[in-house]
Design a protein around this ligand. Structure first.
Ligand code: PMP
Length: 368
């Protein structure tokens, strides 16, 4: 459609529509000019792993850069390697849903089985305690938590995470904690790291990346923090799959992590501004519930009153209203009859895109 000259507004992908901050780009130039164009250690450059440990220490987590950190090709590779390292054929992973659509596919690729638990679009795990317990079987090896959350923008509270901790300790499960949005929270919300809870360091695989926080999705650089044995296995697997993340991207990531964090504040401010604009516009719709996101940069309105399934609805939005969003059905049980709107974009783009969505949905409400 874009090639045909249509002015399609993209509120679809989770890729901040802002340039990577210039001090990070400069660091990549310097690295390339200095010849950082070769393989690195498969664990990642030591400077990168030290920068990861340094940035985690500021948040109160002590990490050994030599034994507990692995540089990966984005969080995506970290997630896949974690499942490959921990799952045998037919092993099960409990995944609260709705959820980011890559978890179930990565679990399958690793030979495991995804066991969804529908926890609703406000992600109150404590309210789904019984369902979570029932989902655990003799074959369960892991449970996934993602906070702040894609696609709902929910931030798990301490009680929710305590429940996950209890389940992990009672049933000897590993927790895959996807913290890629941990710096992107709004108002009084703040991120809680499950690995900091008592006895959880040995039970947690933390995945993170620079894609969102520093608008670096195309650089493919992320990291995993996990117990030594798991990092060793994941490192071997990464060697066979990808050798290592690009050297210059690792060097630029050192600058991102250690340099001024003003760019992160600015990104969060821009997202917050867009979030408020989008929420206000969506309020014009009657009978549409949209949980207020407390983190990440997505809205996940419940459009079940319209009676349209999410795939034809997002198709109609794209073709008729010229705005691209993601169908909720992609995000697992509990996702259908929702659409995901990504608002990590300039305020005017978000305003125009959400206006188009609202006026199209109003026209559907009139005809239904
Ligand atoms: N986890 C979550 C929850 C995400 O939303 C994304 C990107 N959409 C990723 C991981 C993967 O990010 P990347 O591979 O770019 O680091």
């Amino acid at each position: 459609m874009a090639e045909g000259g249509d002015q399609l507004i993209h509120l679809d992908l989770g890729d901040p529509a802002f340039p990577t901050p210039s001090h990070i780009v400069e660091a990549a130039y310097r690295a390339l000019k200095a010849g950082q164009t070769h393989y690195t250690e498969s664990r990642g450059l030591r400077e990168f792993r030290e920068a990861v440990a340094w940035s985690e220490k500021r948040l109160g987590l002590e990490v050994d850069p030599d034994r507990e950190v692995l540089a990966t090709l984005g969080a995506s590779m970290g997630i896949y390697l974690a499942f490959l390292a921990c799952l045998g054929r037919g092993d099960e992973v409990v995944v609260p849903s709705p959820c980011w659509f890559v978890y179930p596919q990565s679990i399958r690729l690793a030979g495991g089985r995804c066991v969804y638990v529908n926890v609703g679009d406000e992600l109150r795990l404590t309210e789904a305690e019984e369902a979570l317990k029932q989902a655990i079987s003799r074959k369960t090896r892991m449970i996934v938590v993602n906070t702040p959350h894609n696609p709902t923008g929910a931030v798990l509270n301490v009680e929710d995470l305590k429940l996950v901790r209890d389940l992990a300790l009672d049933h000897d499960l590993m927790v895959l904690s996807d913290e890629i949005y941990k710096y992107i929270t709004y108002d009084s919300a703040s991120h809680t790291c499950i690995a900091k809870m008592p006895d959880m360091r040995e039970k947690t695989i933390l995945v993170n990346s620079l894609s969102k926080t520093y608008a670096m999705a195309g650089w493919r650089i992320g990291y995993v923090i996990a117990p030594k044995q798991i990092i060793d296995t994941m490192e071997r697997l990464q060697t066979f799959i990808a050798a290592c993340p690009p050297a210059f991207a690792q060097a630029a990531a050192v600058e991102a992590l250690r340099g001024s964090q003003k760019c992160v504040e600015e990104l969060v401010q821009k997202c917050d501004q867009a979030r408020k604009i989008a929420l206000n516009l969506l309020k014009e719709l009657e009978n549409v519930r949209c949980p207020e996101p407390r983190g990440a940069f997505y809205l996940f309105p419940d459009l079940s009153n319209l009676g349209w399934e999410s795939t034809p609805l997002t198709q109609a939005l794209r073709e008729k209203a010229k705005v691209s969003t993601m169908p909720g059905v992609m995000f697992g049980p509990g996702g259908e009859y929702h659409i995901r709107i990504s608002y990590a974009a300039p305020a005017e783009q978000v305003r125009e895109g959400v206006k188009r969505i609202v006026s199209f949905l109003k026209s559907l409400q009139k005809t239904s």
